[in-house]
Ligand binder design. Structure first.
Ligand SMILES: Nc1ncnc2c1ncn2[C@@H]1O[C@H](COP(=O)(O)OP(=O)(O)OP(=O)(O)O)[C@@H](O)[C@H]1O
Ligand SMILES: [Mg+2]
Length: 364
């Protein structure tokens, strides 16, 4: 898919500190790309530059081959829901939703039809005559979403548009939102810090950290082949132990020498410099890639269960091992805090990633 909307080395500095740094991202036509990252990493600032509410210090926003970096927001015709949605409190729900339609020059009947459809989508049919002030926070958020969708824009920019909804409504709404956006064929950038939401909604996820793009790709790629420790731990869970490079294999795998002569095979992180035997590494392991074994059995790391958690369909165990802490997932209750256990990979090298030690230390 060629780039329909292109973010080209966008940089925005506030009072000497960069909020967004050299961020490049190509969004294909009709694609839904999610910006995912922790609070303060620059998601809103990026979206505001795409919308035109913020002018980048350097870099460009290109729409369908045209540089729109300095085109004012109202001339871009993008739909947008702000993180702090700005509704008109003195106007009715219907007037709010229709607001974006008035300027497009549609007939009364068509405006009515589209406003009603948008309100149905966000599960607020029949509320058109109510005042904004009489709605709950979550309902107001859905009105904001309806207002952005009603004109059926080419490009939709959504900044945490479902954050005030309860879990069930949130899940329903994002499914329907995805279906509608795909049906109309709207190119969408969606901002969230909720990984489950990103998984559910996006064609591609762009993980941001401290103003930079850390990695982008389909959710499966990021989950199964994280380029950095940050991505590995931000998307899904992963424990970590320290070790040394044993053997470097041709197929991108590395034999990792861990405590007590134990060797586990792991995927070498993309672009990592773990090229030589003896180099220090950190091995990250997904909980579902590990299992319990008898302590002292072949290939088992010896550890002590520190904590157990019941997570609905599975149990999660935090296990302290010599040089780190692993998480083990099991379907039944298998250990208690204080138990001495062995931990082995259950599907190596899937879910095991080797990163150079010292590069980063984010876990949890
Ligand atoms: N107008 C502004 N003036 C000064 N600093 C700003 C301004 N807007 C954002 N920043 C700073 O830029 C950084 C990125 O902010 P931004 O709002 O883009 O983060 P975010 O990823 O959207 O975070 P959140 O998930 O909390 O909404 C933060 O450090 C923030 O304090
Ligand atoms: Mg934000």
């Amino acid at each position: 898919m060629g780039a329909f909307l292109e973010l080209d080395r966008l940089t925005r500095v506030f009072a000497g500190s960069p909020a967004v740094r050299e961020l490049s991202l190509a969004v294909g036509e009709h694609e839904i790309v999610t910006l995912l990252g922790p609070s303060g990493c620059g998601k809103t600032t990026t979206l505001r530059m795409v919308a035109g509410f913020e002018i980048p210090d350097s870099g460009r926003v290109v729409l369908d081959g045209r540089d729109v970096t300095r085109v004012p927001p109202q001339k871009r015709g993008f739909g947008m829901v702000f993180q702090h949605y700005a509704l008109f409190p003195h106007m009715s729900v219907r007037a709010n939703v229709a607001f974006g339609l008035e300027t497009v020059g549609l007939s009364r009947v068509e405006i009515e039809r589209r406003a009603a459809r948008a309100l149905e989508l966000v599960r607020l049919p029949g509320t058109g005559d109510r005042s904004i002030g009489s709605l709950s926070g979550g309902q107001q958020q859905r009105v904001a979403l309806a207002r952005a969708l009603a004109p059926e824009p080419q490009v939709l920019l959504l900044d945490e548009p479902l954050s005030n909804l309860d879990a069930t409504l949130r899940e329903q709404t994002r499914r329907e939102l995805r279906a509608l956006v795909k049906e109309i064929g709207i190119t969408t950038i969606y901002v969230t810090h909720d990984q489950e939401e990103a998984f559910d909604l996006s064609d591609r996820i762009a993980v941001m950290r401290e103003g930079r793009l850390e990695q982008s790709g389909p959710a499966e790629d990021l989950y199964h082949r994280p380029a950095t420790e940050f991505v590995a731990t931000f998307l899904g869970r992963a424990g970590a132990v320290e070790g040394l490079v044993g053997e470097v294999h041709d197929d991108g795998l590395i034999s990792c020498r861990l405590a007590e002569g134990v060797i586990w095979k792991a995927q070498a992180a993309r672009g990592s410099e773990l090229a030589e035997a003896g180099m220090k590494l950190r091995l990250l392991a997904r909980p579902e890639a590990l299992a319990f074994a008898r302590p002292g059995s072949d290939g088992a790391l010896r550890g002590t269960v520190r904590e157990t958690r019941f997570a609905g369909s599975v149990y999660l165990y935090t296990v302290t091992v010599g040089h780190g802490e692993l998480e083990v997932q099991a379907v039944a209750e298998q250990a208690r805090p204080g138990d001495l256990v062995g931990v082995v990979p259950s599907s190596a090298p899937a879910g095991l990633f080797a990163f150079p030690a010292g590069a980063e230390r984010q876990t949890g």
